[in-house]
Ligand binder design. Structure first.
Ligand code: TNX
Length: 539
């Protein structure tokens, strides 16, 4: 060995073959109950039909067909009845899914000659479809035909979520994502049973949603300016490229809502008020009591004359009637465009607004949202305002947990958890990454931080039943386009999806990493970008 200039011990360290990957089905979120029968696997047949039993089975059956057709090359017709070789049966109706878990639960039985998915609702069946998809070979994610046997191991699964809300927030305001990129972001998350898409539509750097003028318009505001002017601005200072400009027409927004729905997701639109409003103040002259319209904000480090910090430098004026006229109209329009029950009014980081002014405005916006028939959502700063009884949701990101507990215990509020160290994906995932924040974890917020926490006990003094669930937050200061959005979101978004789905006592980080090592291949085949974190033995 001396000839080669290194010792035996060094040789052994570097030349040992890698440990064989631990066997795993590679499912995430981990289902509540999985039994592997060890029996003959199911094999898809070129004449397999997807049998949709019950009206609600049609959409999930077609979803499955769309997943399976490109890679298998089979026709896979969706039919209402009948068998044929190796059928996949999806049945949806009362009493079909696991009882007590009707909204999203499902049963999945894979036998040698047949697959059966049963659920009480279409979304439950869709969850079963996503699990079945993960049981096929990874090549099922290819968009061209692959010649492999399409086998699925024989299993019996009963499954349902721990929390109703497993969300992801996309900041389209700092940098815009065109419709096709939003769809790609939805596609990648839907396979992990993420069921809420929170769109951060407005901020200091841009306004991304078209608004029409109201019939009664006392201040004569031209609402078209919001997107004509502030759809054309974006964050330019951070990131390796300037932010993307653009906005959604009402038709684009309707298409996002439709596409999200097809993927089992409810859209939660956010109009951030009363801070984070520079784009609105820049576009609409009447909103500026002083008469001076602010310039577009290229970044957070551009600190306006008042010398306040990096965020929270803009505010609507609590003492101007135009503020209420404007906010109420915008909320009315966005509510009318949104079939889902939630309206997010922001409420974060209003650093240049006095507490009295903040409370006055937020109370008015909250009342308006509720009068429009919506459940109001706000960031945790608004927890201390006059929340409507049983109609408010507090989204925690940072700060005072006691205020959140009080909102729950005194006002019947529910909670969405987006604690920055556990769910903020623009934070660095590895200290060697050049870009990314470090403020939330005092260093990198790795995959372990996103996995190892308990949403049920995170806010002391509240019952788990008051927790709606969890949400990954993709802020957009330096993130540009969907490829980079995915690179920062995955695989940590998968950890959060599992934190929201799988019973706490069944969650184990080592086991999660083993399952993830197999999921990496799927992400690669489907073209979902991800950060290959050092914690995982990617195959
Ligand atoms: C704080 S988190 C914000 C956002 C920023 C984020 C990351 C929250 C409710 N507000 O405006 O994008 O930090 O820098």
């Amino acid at each position: 060995w001396a000839t080669y200039g290194y010792s035996i011990s060094e040789f052994q360290i570097w030349d040992l073959p890698p440990a064989p990957p631990a066997p795993t089905l590679g499912l995430s979120p981990k289902p509540v109950s999985v039994q592997e029968s060890g029996g003959t696997p199911y094999t898809l047949h070129r004449n397999t039909r997807i049998v949709a039993v019950g009206d609600g089975a049609q959409a999930p059956a077609e979803y499955l067909a769309r997943v399976l057709r490109p890679s298998t090359g089979h026709r896979l017709p969706v039919v209402k009845a009948g068998g044929g070789p190796a059928p996949i049966v999806i049945e949806v109706g009362p009493g079909k899914g696991p009882s007590g878990h009707e909204a999203e639960g499902y049963g999945l039985t894979v036998g040698a000659g047949r697959v059966l998915i049963s659920a009480a609702t279409p979304n439950g069946a869709l969850n079963g479809v996503q699990t079945l998809r993960q049981l096929f070979p990874q090549w099922v994610e290819s968009d061209t035909v692959v010649a492999v046997p399409w086998t699925v191991p024989a299993v019996t699964i009963t499954d349902y979520p721990r929390f109703a809300h497993r969300g992801m927030m996309l900041d389209v305001a700092r940098s815009f994502y065109p419709l096709n990129e939003v769809k790609a972001y939805i596609d990648a998350a839907a396979q992990f049973k993420v069921n809420r898409l929170h769109l951060h539509l407005t901020d200091d750097q841009g306004w991304r949603i078209a608004m029409d003028d109201p019939r009664s318009n006392p201040s004569g505001i031209d609402y078209g300016l919001l997107t004509e002017v502030s759809g054309d601005t974006a964050m330019t200072e951070r990131g390796t490229e300037p932010g993307v400009t653009g906005h959604y027409t009402k038709a684009d927004y309707a298409e996002i809502v439709r596409y999200a729905g097809e993927n089992g997701m409810t859209v939660i639109p956010e109009i951030d008020l009363p801070g984070h409003t520079n784009a609105a103040l820049h576009a609409i002259p009447q909103l500026n009591t002083s008469g001076a319209q602010p310039k577009p904000q290229p970044g957070q480090s551009t600190v306006p004359a008042n010398g306040t910090g990096a965020v929270g430098y803009s505010s609507l004026d609590a003492n101007s009637a135009v503020t209420y006229e404007f906010a109420e109209h915008v909320l009315t329009e966005i509510a009318a465009m949104t079939p889902g029950p939630y309206l997010h009014i922001g409420g974060d980081e209003a650093h240049v607004t006095s507490h009295a002014d903040y409370t006055k405005m937020v109370n008015a916006f909250t009342r308006k949202a509720v009068s429009l028939g919506k459940t109001v959502v706000g960031w945790n700063e608004y927890a201390g305002t006059e929340l409507p009884q049983d109609k408010a949701v507090v989204q925690f990101w940072n700060g005072n947990r006691t205020a959140v507990a009080n909102a729950v215990n005194n006002r019947g509020a529910k909670v969405i958890l987006s604690p920055a160290p556990n769910t903020y994906v623009p934070q660095k995932q590895d200290p060697r990454q050049p870009q990314g924040g470090t403020w939330a974890c005092g260093g990198a917020c790795g995959l372990d931080r996103h996995y190892n926490w308990n949403p049920g006990t995170f806010i002391p003094g509240i019952a788990e039943s008051s927790v709606l669930g969890v949400e990954t937050a993709l802020w957009g200061e330096f993130i540009r386009r969907v490829g980079q959005a995915q690179y920062y979101s995955f695989p940590r978004l998968i950890a959060t999806a599992e934190a929201g789905w799988t019973p706490q006592e069944q969650r184990d980080y080592t086991d999660f990493r083993t399952r993830l090592s197999k999921i990496g291949g799927r992400l690669t085949v489907q073209g979902t970008n991800f950060f290959p974190t050092a914690d995982v033995a990617w195959r």
